[in-house]
Design a protein around this ligand. Structure first.
Ligand code: PEP
Ligand code: MG
Length: 585
């Protein structure tokens, strides 16, 4: 069969090539009618299976925590408690007697009833537990049906599936998982988050993958590129060689990047740029530090809130923030307040349906309806700040009123902690500049803050009317568009007038040519994913600030992103980094 190329979405970097193995959950058998004489045995079987499931979930939580993933462990601990909950287990025993059905049918039916009852409650937090109840009942049902839990790969393979629930992803045998390729899912789904944390190459949203792989037959080869999202089913000799080359390059690049982690990001003529890491979980700190991050410029805290039944407690959040602050031992850590809405929906928040969610109640706009979420998060930040320097920034600020909302919430959080007599540390408050209006009226509020950070991913989406996730608009998505550069220049100038720090934490900062444009525009702090740190540092070391300023001024006057891209790519290619090592660096 000819090779089939499938464009998916990048979810976790790395190259994998090998046979595929499909993982799917076998359906549970339907409820079986039973005789009255069987009822006692079925009830006992059910109670035992529930106890075993609870033990399994606790063990799973412990092994996930031991592997350094404390936040994921909390999900499984909460599920272990559900497996012991009489509301679920005893309701199933009643269903055995009432409906005369076997334990498998009874647990499924009782869970559906419990979930429906919970879903109808007034309490939003409790409503979110419905999904967990169904998940746990499914686990108990599988144990009763003798369906082995946790897919075990006999030999190393790339796991393919439509989607992977967190409990399955967490139990994959890591020594045998070469990669993960999902037909559905998204880069922010749990499967992708776990794959990144475990260093397993992964792609998602690969439409047509399952059909193509099945058509090729089991054991056929699959190649995936976790940085581009590409999958190739049955790659031909040329593609196999290309993928092997990519894998070898990636390994060599990583060695070189680690070796350069101590080098400063200083232009050839001595202008220093602070390079920081974007992280999505405390698990990302080790790699960011190994690759030379000088702090955290963006800690996306959504991971704590997504894929779970209720919001994280203040203590849980404080624990996660402290882990980052302690890992970075005195270096600045910037925690971003919850940014949900848009493409990140949280069932337990029960957000109303919106026609344009990216233009809707997203991020700090949620504070009108749920100030408690932000107060709890800010309290956790102030408490964690006792362990080291913390900056907190609010996403999706439109103007001075939004900046005031942040300050009011922070004030309330702090005052309540003082009333509670709890130890707190100092927190610098700042905002993300990712809505054009926030930049255009920056003079009206920036001076009341300590810093601002440009979120160029959203800034581009809102300034150029380009949906972030729509692949049909790729040609509009270059952040070197002069309109975006002008907004950035305005942000540099208004931050300077306000006397506050400005950084860039959108993907633009991790793109070496675009990073040079940012330095040329006057930005001195760049925050990016850890994997980009080395390339950006090299680009900066090879450049001279006056040349970057000239190029930036030209680009500001230009009409298209392509012209600016050509200009900065040329500067990058003429880089002196490999030839000259400045004194002191
Ligand atoms: C941005 O918008 O540039 C940003 C950094 O935030 P996010 O990508 O999380 O929206
Ligand atoms: Mg954003």
């Amino acid at each position: 069969m000819a090779q089939v190329r499938i464009p998916g979405r990048a979810a976790a970097p790395g190259i994998a090539r090998g046979p595929w193995a499909e993982l799917g959950r076998p359906a549970l058998p339907a409820a079986r009618p039973i005789a009255a004489t069987e009822m006692a045995d079925e009830a006992a079987r059910l109670r035992n299976a529930a106890k075993a499931a609870s033990r399994e979930l606790r063990d799973l939580a412990a092994s996930v925590r031991d592997a350094g993933h404390a936040d994921e462990a909390a999900i499984f601990l909460a599920q272990a408690a559900i497996a012991r909950d009489p509301d679920v287990v005893e309701a199933a025993v009643i269903a055995i007697e009432r409906d005369r059905i076997d334990a498998i049918g009874a647990i499924a039916s009782a869970a559906r009833e419990t979930a429906a009852r919970i879903a109808a409650l007034d309490d939003e937090l409790l409503r979110g537990r419905a999904t967990d109840v169904l998940d746990v009942a499914d686990r108990i049902g599988r144990a009763l049906a003798g369906i082995s839990d946790g897919p075990l790969l006999a030999a190393p393979a790339i796991v393919i599936a439509d989607d992977l629930p967190p409990s399955v992803t967490a139990t994959l045998p890591r020594d045998r998982v070469l990669g993960i390729a999902l037909e559905g899912s998204s880069p922010t789904a749990h499967a992708a988050i776990l794959a990144r944390a475990y260093g397993i190459p992964a792609i998602v949203s690969a439409t047509g993958l399952l059909t193509a792989a099945r058509a090729a037959g089991s054991g056929a080869e699959l190649a995936i590129d976790g940085s581009t999202g590409e999958a190739i089913v049955e790659p031909d000799a040329a593609e196999r060689a290309r993928y092997d080359g990519l894998a070898a390059d990636a390994a060599a690049d990583r060695e070189r990047d680690l070796g350069e982690a101590d080098q400063p990001a200083r232009t050839f003529d001595g202008v220093d740029v602070l390079v920081l890491a974007n992280i999505g979980s405390p698990d990302d700190c080790a790699d960011a530090l190994r690759l030379g991050a000088r702090g955290v410029g963006l800690f996306r805290t959504e991971f704590l809130f997504l894929e779970r039944a209720r919001p994280p407690s203040e203590q849980e959040q404080e624990g996660a923030y402290r882990r980052v602050i302690e890992a970075f031992a005195g270096l600045p850590v910037t925690i971003r307040l919850l940014d949900v809405g848009g493409d990140k929906q949280i069932p337990y928040l029960d957000q109303p349906r919106e026609d344009n969610p990216f233009l809707g109640v997203r991020a700090l706009r949620l504070a009108d309806r749920r100030p408690d979420l932000f107060i709890t998060q800010l309290r956790a930040c102030y408490r964690a700040a006792a362990a080291g320097p913390v900056k907190v920034m609010a996403p999706m600020i439109a103007d001075a009123a939004d900046a005031a909302t942040l300050r009011t919430l922070a004030h309330e959080a702090r005052a309540s902690l003082e009333r509670d007599g709890l130890p707190i540390g100092e927190v610098d408050l700042g905002v993300m500049l990712e809505i054009p209006s926030a930049i255009l009226v920056g003079d009206s509020y920036l001076a009341q803050l300590a810093f601002a950070s440009l979120g160029t991913n959203d800034l581009l989406q809102y300034a150029l009317a380009v949906d972030r996730g729509n692949p049909a608009l790729d040609r509009y998505r270059d952040p070197l568009h002069p309109a975006l550069l002008r907004l950035i220049r305005e942000a540099v100038e208004s931050s300077s007038r306000a006397g506050i720090e400005l950084s860039v934490c959108g993907e633009m900062a991790g793109d070496p040519a675009a990073a040079l444009a940012l330095v040329g525009l006057g930005v001195r702090q760049l925050s990016m994913s850890a994997a980009s740190l080395a390339a950006v540092r090299r680009a900066i070391r090879g450049a001279a600030a006056p040349a970057l300023e000239d190029a930036a001024n030209e680009a500001l006057r230009g009409g298209t992103a392509a012209e600016a891209r050509a200009r900065f790519t040329a500067l990058l290619e003429s880089s002196t980094a490999d030839r000259v090592v400045p004194a002191g660096g």
